[in-house]
Design a protein around this ligand. Structure first.
Ligand code: NAP
Length: 517
């Protein structure tokens, strides 16, 4: 059967690359969904079009006008989100998973639209501060302005959040006035491409504001430099490669990386069985293991529990995992879908095997899983796997990311031991502390904050409203130090400022006023 190649949206036109392309299989049935290729497409022309047409179109809009355009685009997506859910199911996502990606992305764009409308001036530049006197006579002062660089934004995304990953980068870039070229990951590029199609059809954005490359981007970084922004999400290995590209090292393109991380969750010693926090911890761990089949950069990979509680926690988590029904998204009773593809499953099995070598698998079988509504071998299904490692000095649980429904349970002694273990993750996106003991929480948060982009404190009082360990909120920073990539995204308007050039102006106060009026 001749499966169509996935088009790219370049210079205002849908264009199809040549060649065979990379086949992308349905995660559930194994059938080929599409072929992804950018061969023969003129990416240099796309960059030139963004610089010329996209930049000019956005430059004519004030911040609130850009916010209104983002809102219109987000509402157009919302209107037709069912189409995105249906495509997401082909990538193994249940309805719950698709909501995290699709509605999460739309919600993020809407938050940015609101922040841009309420928090940014009716202007194309931002004056950051009041004049600072630089001379005794009052004739010489300084202040900072933020303006749009004369560049573009290239976003390179991971496969797991094709919609959210795109929108959380797109909204702040567009607010800042930067036209964007989206390069989605190949395994889910067809979902991102459809989202771009819906945005384009809405007519909400000015021409050139968004383009899409389906496939690889050879030579594109050679065209980027100091006025451009590269936003990357994906593995640490790809982040390293991009970070060392001359576009970044020689020409100083702004580069932000969101990479993988071995996020931890900590159970407090007060949270013994019968206390609400014990249940909250076990529930959260199972949620993090099973939403998106564990393919979440923020998922709990390392669960630290007091040594005296590890058997009880193990039993509680096993009991919950036993209720997870793996199968085709939409099939009766299914609570966890498939991994994105067979290659990903092979990779996760390998990583789980390395983790298991440090301890033992106490729930699930990496080779076998009962599946509802699909064939367990043709689809990329995997059982949730709980690994227990008692020898916490082993390097594997602190170094190996199994990007699937896999977590490692480990015991700790006192707070100081715990903080050493937390630090062995070498920098994480998200951590959580589940405890009702404020002294314990304080010690852990203050000791662990330097290793984390975000820390959730979970207890009986906040649980009902808590958004959970794994969900980044657009108002708050997403990103983490060290292994997590060292970048920061979101964080409300911080992400918009990060795309703008800050310039210190010096001169007479009246002259400065006349420039920024
Ligand atoms: P990946 O293999 O590193 O790919 C990420 C993106 O980089 C894809 O779009 C990929 O395109 C592209 N890419 C690869 N080589 C490139 C090159 N030489 N030049 C330009 N682009 C290139 O990661 P993944 O497998 O998609 O995602 C899984 C990883 O992402 C996990 O480790 C996870 O922890 C991490 N992640 C992090 C976050 C976060 O916010 N920190 C979020 C989600 C995922 P192709 O697909 O076309 O090769």
């Amino acid at each position: 059967m001749n499966i169509a190649r996935l088009p790219s949206y370049l210079e205002g036109v849908w264009r199809t690359g040549s060649g065979e392309g990379t086949p992308v299989a349905d995660a559930v049935t194994g059938e080929t969904v599409t072929r992804v290729t950018s061969e023969g497409l003129d990416l240099a022309a796309a960059v030139a079009y963004a610089r010329r047409t996209g930049l000019a179109g956005l430059g004519e809009l004030t911040f609130p006008q850009r916010a209104a355009a983002i809102k219109a685009a987000a509402l157009a997506l919302q209107e037709r989100r069912q189409e995105l859910y249906e495509l997401s199911a082909r990538a193994g996502a249940t309805q719950r998973d698709a909501v995290v990606d699709v509605d999460g992305g739309i919600g993020t764009a809407l938050v940015y639209a609101s922040l841009g409308r309420k928090g940014l001036p009716e202007h194309t530049l931002i004056v950051e501060d009041d004049p600072v006197a630089l001379g005794k006579g009052g004739t010489f002062a300084g202040r900072h302005i933020l303006t749009t660089p004369h560049g573009i934004c290239l976003q390179i995304n991971a496969f797991n959040f094709p919609v959210w990953g795109m929108l959380e980068k797109l909204a702040p870039a567009l607010l800042a006035g930067l036209p964007t070229i989206v390069k989605p990951a190949t395994p889910t590029a067809y979902i991102a491409a459809h989202a771009v199609r819906l945005i384009v059809e809405s007519g909400a954005l000015p021409p050139g504001a968004v383009q899409l490359v389906s496939g690889s981007v050879p030579g594109l970084l050679d065209l980027l430099g100091g006025q451009d922004h590269i936003g990357f999400t994906g593995s640490a290995a790809t982040a390293d490669r991009l970070r060392s590209d001359p576009a970044v090292t020689r020409r100083s393109a702004r580069f932000n990386a969101e990479a993988d991380s071995l996020n931890c969750s900590v159970l407090g010693p007060d949270a013994v069985p019968g206390r609400p926090e014990f249940e909250l911890f076990a529930d959260a761990l199972v949620t993090e293991m099973t939403v998106k089949a564990g393919q979440k950069c923020t998922a709990i990979r390392r669960a630290f529990v007091p040594a005296g509680l590890i058997d009880a926690v193990c039993e509680a988590v096993q009991a919950r995992l036993a209720k997870v029904v793996v199968g085709a998204p939409g099939a009766d009773g299914v609570t966890m879908g498939a991994l994105v593809g067979l290659a990903q499953r092979a990779e996760v099995r390998g990583a789980a095997g390395r983790l298991a070598a440090a301890g033992s698998i106490v729930y699930g079988d990496p080779r076998k899983v009962e599946v509802v509504g699909a064939d367990a071998e043709r689809g990329a299904f995997l059982s949730p796997l709980l690994v227990r490692v008692d020898d916490v000095a082993r390097p594997e649980p602190h170094q190996v990311e199994a990007f699937g429904p896999v977590s490692t349970l480990m015991p700790y002694g006192d707070v100081s031991d715990l903080l050493d273990l937390v630090a062995r993750g070498a920098g994480s996106l998200a951590g959580s502390v589940v405890s009702y003991d404020r002294d314990f929480v304080r010690q852990v948060v203050l000791g662990a904050a330097a290793h984390h982009g975000r820390i959730l404190v979970l207890d009986r009082d906040s649980a009902a409203e808590s958004t959970g360990h794994g969900i980044p909120m657009p108002q708050l920073v997403h990103g983490g130090p060290g292994r997590a990539g060292g970048g920061q995204e979101e964080g409300g308007l911080r992400a918009v400022y990060a795309h703008l050039q800050r310039t210190a102006l010096q001169g007479g106060p009246a002259t400065l006023d006349s420039i920024i009026r």
